[in-house]
Ligand binder design. Sequence first.
Ligand code: LLP
Length: 429
Amino acid sequence: MEYGLGIKNNHLYFGGADTVELAKQYGTPLYVFDERVIREACRDYKNSIDRYYDGNGMVLYASKAFSCKEMYRIANDEGIGVDTVSAGEIYTALSADFPAENIFFHGNNKTDAELEYAVENNIGHIVIDDFLEIDRLNNIAGQLGKTVNVMLRIKPGIDAHTHDFIKTGQNDCKFGFTLETGEALDAAKKAIRTENLNVTGFHCHIGSQIFSTEPFSLAASVMASFIARVANETGHTVSELNLGGGFGIRYTDEDEPLPYAEFMNKVSAQLKYSCKELSLPVPKVFIEPGRSIVGPAGITLYTVGSIKTIPNIRTYVSVDGGMSDNPRYALYGAKYDALIANKAEEPDDFIATIAGKCCESGDLIGENIKIATPETGDVLAVLATGAYNYSMASNYNRMTRPAAVMVKDGKSRVIIKRETFEDLISKDV
Ligand code: LLP
């Protein structure tokens, strides 16, 4: 039980620490992260990209999944880059001394101020998302006397069979240039001709929480053909290809994620094959995993409050957080496993609807979750909450965002402080 989840003396352990003690020490709700799980995931990706792309690849942590200074420090320490989607994420990364050249900046509607900020700070790559951005970025780069490395985000038109809200590779989507209509080719021609931009490559992201390698392999071959087409028509062969993120994780037993190396093995074989067929040099490959780096590395601890049984219908077990710290059930119907941390060895034969404390009926963490018989005062642990929980948290109902602690080998430290009431009114006038 060195890292990850474990059980000792009827208590749930995480990262070698007793979660019941953590709840006591730091209060609840509490996000808890296991540093070793995060680092293992970074290393797994880094080693497999090095192996399957012969050293010509780079992992970028998609920091939208969980952005805070400590995460950028860990990513840098593990020798990986990051993907950012706002000046706010870039600011956080830079304030943790993250090297600007290893930052990618995405977004379908970057403001002029954000583009200026990125160019001034020498952000490594900017991923252009629409025609107007080509001109806007060119002007900004010109004014600042810089040449900017850019990629173009392409919609390869691939349906990755995932939840509709988080599917971004198909054509009806606000991100990127459509391949099918010729828009992507026109954008590439324009950007390549543009004075202050250096088009290093293309990017695609086909969705999130994907369990099969096929859509990624298909994306790799579609993108290789596009690179060849652009080379034929413009004489400019790009040297980089960013295949995005989206690798699935296990939230419940219904999910069966593949080892990351398996994705890398299959996709790299396809890309190499396609490049050979097209007489193209194999580009440098980037991937952008977010969820799979931090998702399984985090849990949320709550204290159970009210327990309400509606006869023949359900039992609501309410906790001291809710959609304000985890909006994913309310937004996507996302499923989670949970257990009572102080009853970790007891049978999970109680079927609960876990509710939050926000003033909204849809404020649930999940339905039909099997846990041990709950009592007020128990500590409930919701598993695999490391991604898109803190980063999507809000102050709805003027809830204060929970603290986050990082655990390593049984020792814990605060990495994000709990918000206070003063924080809540700090911007009120
Ligand atoms: N790269 C790009 C360009 C992306 O848009 C995303 C996610 C990623 C990488 C990282 O994908 P991941 O490896 O984390 O699946 N809030 C939703 C997820 C939205 C994902 C948006 N883009 C959720 O809670 O499930």
